[in-house]
Design a protein around this ligand. Sequence first.
Ligand SMILES: [Zn+2]
Ligand SMILES: [Zn+2]
Length: 489
Amino acid sequence: MSTTPTSTIKKHYRLFRPNAISNSVASRYQKPTHYFGFIPEPAIENFFTGRIWSRHNTPFPPAKIETYIIRGYFEITSAVTTKPNLKCRRCLNEQRQKFISFHCAKCQKTCHYCRHCITMGRMCSCDELILWENELPRSRIQKSHVKFTWRGKLTVHQQKAADELLTSLKQNHNHLIHAVCGAGKTEILFAPIYASLKAGKRVCVATPRTDVVLELYPRFQQVFQNIMIHALYGGAQNDTQFAQLILATTHQLYRFENAFDVMIVDEADAFPYTYDEALQRAVMKAKKADAPIAFVTATPSTKLLIQQRNEKWGYSFIARRFHGQLLPVPRYQALWNYEKAFHKQKIPQKLKNWVEQRLQNHQPFLIFFPTIDLMEQATSLFQQIEPTIESVHSEDPDRKEKVLQLRNEERKGLLTTTILERGITIKNVQVAVVGAENLIFTSSALIQISGRVGRNVQYPTGDIVFFHHGITMEMDQARKKILEMNRYE
Ligand SMILES: [Zn+2]
Ligand SMILES: [Zn+2]
């Protein structure tokens, strides 16, 4: 069995919290000075356990928070520490160019704020964050009440991966689940998560994509009952309860520290997680120092695979979909000068034929576009063929609804950006990529997109076509990897 990379994790963790207590504000309050006989209110404990929060902007009356501060229940820190260099205490960003310095009206000095996590509210060097110092009393975690109501059956491959993951988590080992699109990754997580919850552990399932949180939340609510589950994403309501199971976008982890006993990162390779070291640090910060991380993905980066091997994490590999059928293999179709055609208000003929074929066969379809601009030009043209065709992109507030309408057969097809490359399942969906040669379509994006096809056991096959203006290495690599998976027994 593999050895624990705990020492590495601890070392990293220390790196992430060097100035935690050393700043001048914190030293004003000696800790711990919990007053004898004082019992903290459950509501305060429930909310703050594992959270790092703005001192002056909590869901509780400020005077109440101050009484807890005086009693030493909170660690206090500047939102942006300045020594030895600028560092955001919330997202751990240290890149100088991501800080803005300005004359601050509040402190009458030059103050700094971090641009990197500004979407969570502006915090500058004279603002303070508070961090609850204690663990929640064990009795508060309703471990004996968790009810596991999933009655599905795992395939042999899924069962093996679930057992392996459970073993890793029990031993606090990191783990990588590398499973093709449609292998049934979420079901693999159920039993190991249940075991962790039953053991009184706090579990986080983090994913870079809001859509994935929204897709997972109702499924988890169904499977785990008698337990508080929170779904956290940009724009979600702030819940003040203590949740033993949290589904969150990786961004939301900025608000946690030392909180989780088990951390699962789903779709570990999805944008922006892979490109953003701050998000990776957020994962490390949000979990407890010796808590294991499990990564789950169909398309692990080379870096992740190397790390898994070097640090001897647990590893599960599934090349087969849950229904046992092969992965649909993308075919290429040249669509020369498609951009010009759209500019001239014309749908390229081959693409038009493809759509008409889908309509005739009553098959729902997704067409991926490289840019919002091009997609919007195309939308009105497609609507002339079929008025229910719509388009979605990341800023579209109605995106959830439109996908639902496609699923319910109220719409025949959707045009989309890469926003729908993962996390969605639509029965019998047929998929086309327009401009597959565009740089935005990396091999993993193309594998994920191809992975939308044939997921349903009643419709295990389907068409996936890359319409292109020239074949790229990324396209070839995607195709090669899919064929490779199909060769495994
Ligand atoms: Zn920040
Ligand atoms: Zn200031």
